[in-house]
Ligand binder design. Structure first.
Ligand SMILES: [Zn+2]
Length: 271
């Protein structure tokens, strides 16, 4: 499932080929993905020039010179194929520029796109109540302290709350809590100031490392299938139940369930 680093990697990959390009043709393979394609999407994009790309949480943003932005979400299985040599069954939207073809491919169709006035992006419903970007300047220990003050819910669950911090998913929350040596079950309001400072650093590090790994796999970008390179990160705890913790810790990685989702952690390292 694409998380923030995969979306960032995707946006950077698309940017190299799409930024500044004029969209010559848009084709939809079906009327909907998770949601119906917006009315007038093809007309709105055809002939438009891409003026920039960006990301907010796990959403990719393709800005155009028509004051509108194509927002995409990759859902569970979405990815962009660039210059695919074949026409695949699950290419639901294809954008053609003078030099390249971009196909939004999503077999499970949990992904979706929307067309939003660029000036009104911050008020777009999924963005309206969203917390700061974890890699941006507004995400810091002071913000976390204020947002978590008095909260009794487990710190792990609070970090998955998009109103506290935007775009963090299960993998990177588990990894960051391990690096910051914080017990995922600890009531959020009880996490100490130094631990919150470690947490901010850890969140940034795990995301940046994953983006870096993704960036390097983009060298293989122009594969015949044109698939953007996702990457297999080396996780310290995620998916490692029963395996040994990192040396010199003699502990074993444990899995628990919090609000219906797995959490992996080391009970010896994380207090
Ligand atoms: Zn350990």
């Amino acid at each position: 499932m694409p998380e923030l680093p995969e979306v960032e990697t995707t946006v950077r990959g698309l940017k190299r080929y799409l930024d500044g390009a004029r969209i010559e043709r848009v084709a939809l393979g079906r009327p909907d993905m998770r949601f119906p394609f917006p009315q007038g999407l093809v007309q709105a994009l055809t002939g438009a020039t891409v003026t920039g790309l960006g990301r907010r949480a796990k959403y990719g943003l393709i800005h155009t010179d028509r004051a509108s932005t194509l927002v995409f979400h990759l859902g569970m299985s979405g990815r962009w194929r660039i210059d695919p040599s074949d026409e695949a069954k699950h290419d639901h939207m294809v954008i053609q520029t003078s030099g390249h073809r971009f196909a939004l491919h999503d077999p499970r169709r949990f992904g979706f796109v929307d067309l939003v006035d660029t000036d009104a992006l911050e008020a777009w419903p999924p963005f309206a109540a969203m917390g700061p970007e974890p890699l941006g300047p507004d995400f810091n220990a002071g913000h976390l302290r204020a947002a978590l003050e008095g909260r009794k819910a487990a710190i792990k669950l609070m970090l998955l709350d998009q109103r506290i911090v935007a775009g963090l998913g299960n993998i990177y929350v588990c990894e960051a809590l391990f690096r910051a040596r914080i017990d995922p079950r600890k009531p959020a309001g009880k996490v100490s100031r130094p631990a919150l400072a470690r947490l901010v650093t850890a969140i940034r590090e795990v995301l940046e490392q994953a983006i870096g790994d993704g960036g390097s796999s983009l060298r293989d970008y122009a594969q015949p299938d044109g698939e953007l390179g996702y990457f297999a990160s080396r996780f310290d705890v995620y998916g490692r139940e029963g395996e040994p913790c990192r040396p010199p810790c003699p502990g074993t990685i444990k899995r628990i369930v919090q609000s219906g989702r797995s959490t992996w952690f080391c009970p010896r390292c994380q207090k």
